[in-house]
Structure formats: structure tokens, C-alpha cells
Ligand binder design. Structure first.
Ligand code: C2E
Ligand code: MG
Ligand code: MG
Ligand code: MG
Length: 292
């Protein structure tokens, strides 16, 4: 602020604010039309088991391509979608699209592949998540354990009672529950104790320091050991360097994810990386292909 005043007085400051506000309103109404206008796309980032080098899961990450604004980062539009309630239709679109994509990969013989989908805190309040999940599994003919829902600690903090009930219902359905950005929240260990978590995703800020800070490496080692005793899977996010990968593999981290392994990419780019199918492709898929 001081800089703006020094340079051009208050006018500049208020004009800047006006511009920001305008952009916000613009973004908001643009976001409202994005679903209808087919501007969303899912990219998929591989999660690899270090032992086999195989892709065992993929995380669906939402991409918004606006004709004028260009690519808008989810870190910018997801909070806006949450505030405006648009996260409900967007979240439904994400889950269904990810489900259909996984259905296609399962039909191609990758029957053990898991799809991770992000859920935002707001969705727990505004949406009947278990019903949405049931519908998606049924619509796509997927087994529940093929779907992993990623929750942040923020989602668990608010409304703990009702979130607990929702998570128990999801558990009963049989989907996997992952705690995203683990270690960055207020009471990570408490959440582990109270909620039926299957997977911990170690936040990328830990991975970033694992090869350079002994303390961070010790913390990651402790998290992996704790997860082992709890029977929880560990995913390390944000693996950008070979040395980080080697350290995580030595710790027997179950899955690694990051730019060094593979960037988030369109389904067509990821497909060839899935390797040899577990099973021969199903007839369904062959039929689909002849119709296309
Ligand atoms: P997240 O769920 O923690 O996803 C990981 C983010 O880290 C992604 O950013 C991914 O592209 C990025 N990333 C992956 N590997 C690396 C790496 O090696 N280094 C670094 N620096 N970053 C890496 P992205 O796609 O921009 O998404 C940001 C956040 O937006 C996500 O964080 C998630 O919280 C949210 N988000 C994305 N898609 C959805 C969605 O469909 N629904 C909801 N509710 N939230 C979403
Ligand atoms: Mg995530
Ligand atoms: Mg994360
Ligand atoms: Mg995040």
C-alpha cells in the first residue's frame, strides 16, 4: 500500500482495488457459465508404487480454460466456487467425469487402478456426498475401492459431528478416504485418531525438504512408520527430484506423486503410461470402440 501511495497517491490504490474486485465479479460470472459451456477438463497425475514403478492410482485435477481469461488455476477458482456455492455442480461434474474415465481404464484392463478425487470442505455442507458417490459408482459400474476421496484437514475441522457421520457413511459404502496436504493443518494427528482415514498424503512442503533437511527427513520417516502401524497408506506429494524419490522409496512409501514422476495430463496422454493391463480388455470397451 505504501508503495502505491508513494508512487501515485490514493487514486492508484483504489483503482487497483477496483480492478481486483472487477476481476472477481468477472471471474464469478464466468465460473457460473463454465460448466454449461464445457470449459472444464480433468487432468490426471500418476501416483506410482516405487517398488514396481507402476501407476497404481491417478489424481484427477480440475482445469478451467476460459476463452478470454485463459487457464485459471484451481487455487484461484476453487475458493470462489466454494464461496458462491458453485462448488456443488462443479463437484458433481468432477466426480462423474473422473468416474467415467476410470470406467474406461478399467474396461481397458487396468482393473486395479484407483482414481483419487478432491473434495472441498464446502461440499460436505452443501452436498449429499454419499448419495453422489453411490450414484457415480452405480452409473459407472465401479467397485467402491476404486475411488479415493481426498479431503483436506479444513474439511474435517468445521462441523466435525456431521463430517464424521458423512465419513462413516462413505466408509460403509467402501470408498477410500485420503487426508490431503497432511502435516500442514492444525491437528493432523487428532484427525487421524478420529476419522476413518485410509491414506495419508504427505504435503509437498515436506517432500521439498526431505533431501536437504535432516529434521524434515526424520518427520517424514516417523509419519511413514506411524502409517505402517495404523495400516494406513502413504502417498508423498510433490516429488520433483530423483533424490527425493530414492529417499521415499527407501522409506517404503507406498505411492509417490510429483512432477518428477509425471505432471497432471489429459487422459489420452496418461493412457499409454498405464502399462500392461491386469486383465484383457472387456467386451464393453471393444463395442464402444467400434461405435466411435
Ligand atoms: P492438491 O489436491 O493438493 O493437488 C496437488 C497440487 O500440486 C496440484 O495443483 C498439482 O498440479 C500440484 N503438483 C503436483 N506435483 C507437483 C510437484 O512436483 N511440485 C509442485 N510444486 N506441485 C505439484 P493444482 O492442479 O493447481 O491444484 C491445486 C489445488 O486445487 C489442489 O491441491 C486441490 O486442493 C484443488 N483442486 C484441484 N482440482 C480440484 C477438484 O476437482 N475439486 C476440488 N474441490 N479441488 C480441486
Ligand atoms: Mg489432492
Ligand atoms: Mg495436496
Ligand atoms: Mg492443496
Amino acid at each position: 500500500r505504501a508503495k502505491a501511495e508513494g508512487r501515485n497517491g490514493f487514486q492508484c490504490y483504489t483503482r487497483d482495488m477496483g480492478l481486483q474486485a472487477l476481476q472477481r465479479v468477472e471471474l464469478q460470472s464466468a465460473l457460473r457459465l463454465a460448466v454449461e459451456h464445457d470449459q472444464f477438463e480433468l487432468h490426471y497425475q500418476p501416483q506410482v508404487a516405487p517398488e514396481s514403478g507402476r501407476i497404481v492410482a491417478v489424481e484427477a485435477l480440475l482445469r478451467w480454460r476460459h476463452p478470454v481469461l485463459g487457464n485459471v488455476s484451481p487455487d484461484r477458482f476453487i475458493p470462489l466456487a466454494e464461496e458462491t456455492g458453485l462448488i456443488a455442480p462443479i463437484g458433481r461434474w468432477v466426480l462423474r467425469s473422473a468416474g467415467r474415465q476410470l470406467q474406461a481404464w478399467h474396461a481397458a484392463g487396468h482393473t486395479r487402478l484407483v482414481m483419487a478425487v478432491n473434495l472441498s470442505a464446502r461440499q460436505f455442507i452443501t452436498q449429499d456426498i454419499p448419495q453422489l458417490v453411490r450414484e457415480t459408482l452405480e452409473l459407472c459400474g465401479l467397485p467402491p475401492q476404486a475411488l479415493e476421496l481426498e479431503l483436506t484437514e479444513t474439511a474435517l475441522m468445521h462441523n466435525a459431528e456431521s463430517v464424521h457421520a458423512t465419513l462413516s457413511t462413505l466408509k460403509a459404502i467402501g470408498v477410500l478416504l485420503a487426508l490431503d496436504d497432511f502435516g500442514t493443518g492444525y491437528s493432523s494427528l487428532n484427525h487421524l485418531r478420529r476419522f476413518p482415514i485410509d491414506t495419508i498424503k504427505i504435503d509437498k512442503s515436506f517432500t521439498a525438504e526431505i533431501a536437504t533437511s535432516d529434521d524434515t527427513a526424520a518427520i517424514v520417516r516417523a509419519i511413514v512408520e506411524m502409517a505402517g502401524s495404523l495400516g494406513v497408506e502413504i502417498v508423498a506429494e510433490g516429488v520433483e527430484h530423483e533424490q527425493q524419490l530414492r529417499l521415499l522409496a527407501a522409506l517404503h512409501c507406498h505411492r509417490v506423486q510429483g512432477y518428477h514422476i509425471g505432471r497432471p495430463m489429459p487422459a489420452a496422454e496418461l493412457a499409454p503410461l498405464l502399462g500392461v493391463p491386469d486383465e484383457p480388455p472387456s467386451c464393453d470397451l471393444m463395442l464402444d470402440e467400434t461405435h466411435d
